[in-house]
Design a protein around this ligand. Structure first.
Ligand SMILES: *Cc1c(COP(=O)(O)O)cnc(C)c1O
Length: 460
């Protein structure tokens, strides 16, 4: 197999059952980029084609059930994650929703790590319960025994984030996958913050991987998108009783999804039955733009992750800072798991907490000039957000503390800017935070008072 960077620009999964998306209109021109098929539907050139599409799902007919541009991006992401197939949808939220609706029904339960992206947590606590699907939460996601204890007869999915947004308290992926499989259950992993460049959950036993493609996969922050990737390992004999919708005959008595698609039954069900009915169809243009982003994924993520580690180390020594939640620091409780699961870099989205509480956080955000104040991550630009007053505002103070969000906590997403410029900007923020906290500037007491110039000397 070729290396990651080669695959990110050349891969077409050998696994597509979606036609030949890169094919040019025959004999005329050969576009280098994937053409954007910005069309609601496709002409049937022969009578039989129409029946073949509606009967056996062959070819392309209507963009809600499939589009060649979107299929090309799906195949590339499947190849990067090591999955057999992928389904591209309109947003990361749609990817999480579709993945779960393909596995759980009313009366059944989802078991999730409690350190989760807020949108997913809200879905589990407020939306899915209205459909009769309840959630249980595991506080210590690094402890496989805690997952084992929380499984109930109604549990159908174990769900976690490979790098939890934004606390970076890592789970033991392979151990949780073993627990899931011992019960015949599927493990769904949100791999948004890690990206397949840093971590491929399927290699550690995950059955389904979801992403917000709006973040690192796109990287440019111009569009939303989401993707569900499947390992292709559905085992009808071992798990069919838990997922009867995959093994039962069709409504009209035809073969089951598993009989038609074998190990790929889970994703086939999403593509045939869940996504086109609930309807989170992406624009082919958005799929194209995510595909453009993916071509530079490894370059961006390697740089962002290396800069984030330098910044996390630097912040940890600053007198204005109480704590830094970054798994690449040896002070992190997740450091051992990071060495095992994230040897090539620990990502670039993390939180740190200022000594001066909310006033210091506000002063920091208002002082920085390079780092942009907005609610997004994984962009080429560095971003900052104050979770207590924004993403986590609907939680109680105790619930916030449980995920490491305090009044002085800020979330950073490190971009591709020059490291010395970022350090200079963050220092500007910290000095403002120190003044807002009421104390005089006491940075001279720091153990390590490296400034931007020291980073300029270090970087060629
Ligand atoms: C942003 C995000 C989502 C939701 O994705 P959207 O594209 O914004 O809908 C899901 N999971 C994680 C970890 C995220 O960071």
């Amino acid at each position: 197999m070729t290396g990651f960077a080669t695959r990110q620009v050349h891969a077409r999964a050998a696994t597509s059952d979606g036609g030949a998306p890169d094919a040019a209109p025959s004999g005329r021109v050969t576009p280098r980029a994937t053409p954007v098929y910005l069309t609601a539907g496709f002409e049937f050139e022969q009578w039989e084609q129409a029946g073949g599409h509606f009967g056996a799902g062959e070819g392309f007919a209507y963009t809600r059930t499939g589009n060649p541009t979107t299929a090309a991006v799906e195949q590339r992401i499947a190849a990067l994650e090591g999955g057999t197939d992928a389904l591209f949808v309109a947003s990361g939220q749609a990817a999480v929703t579709v993945a779960l609706l393909g596995l759980v029904a009313a009366g059944q339960r989802v078991l999730a790590a409690s350190s989760l992206y807020e949108g997913t947590r809200g879905l589990l606590l407020e939306n899915l319960p209205r459909l009769g699907i309840e959630a249980d939460f595991v506080d210590d996601a690094a402890d496989p025994a805690a997952w084992e204890r929380a499984i109930r007869p109604e549990t159908r999915v174990l769900f976690l984030e490979s790098i939890p947004n934004a606390r970076n308290d890592l789970p033991d992926l392979a151990a949780v996958a073993d627990v899931a499989h011992a019960h015949g259950l599927a493990l769904v992993v949100d791999n948004t913050l890690a990206t397949p460049y840093l971590l491929r959950p399927i290699e550690h036993g995950a059955d389904v991987v979801v992403h917000s493609a709006s973040k690192f996969l796109a990287g440019h922050g111009s569009v939303l998108g989401g993707v569900v990737v499947d390992s292709g390992t559905f085992d009808a004999a071992a798990s069919g009783a838990l997922y009867p919708h995959l093994v039962a005959p069709s409504r009209t008595g035809g073969p089951s999804v598993a009989e038609r698609h074998g190990g790929r039954a889970r994703l086939a069900y999403l593509r045939e039955t869940v996504a086109p009915r609930f309807g989170p169809t992406p624009s082919p243009l958005n799929a194209f733009l995510v595909g453009q982003g993916i071509e530079t994924l490894s370059l961006r993520v390697a740089r962002q992750s290396a800069s984030a580690l330098e910044i996390a180390r630097w912040l940890a020594f600053r007198p204005e800072v109480v704590s830094v939640d970054y798994s690449g620091l040896d002070s992190s409780p997740s450091y051992a798991l990071a060495k095992r699961y994230l040897p090539d870099g620990q990502g670039s989205v993390f939180t740190f907490t200022l000594r001066g509480g909310a006033p210091a956080a506000r002063a920091f955000v208002e002082a920085v000039e390079v780092v942009t104040h907005m609610t997004h991550i994984g962009d080429v630009r560095s971003l900052v957000l104050h979770p207590e007053s924004t993403s986590h505002v609907l939680r109680t103070p105790d619930e916030r503390a449980a995920v490491g969000v305090y009044p002085g906590t800020l979330r950073l997403s490190i971009g591709v800017e020059d490291l010395p410029d970022l350090i200079e900007d963050l220092e500007r923020g910290l000095l403002a935070a120190g003044r807002a906290a009421g104390g005089a500037d006491d940075s001279s007491e720091a153990d390590d008072t490296r400034g931007a110039d020291d980073f300029r000397k270090e970087t060629p």
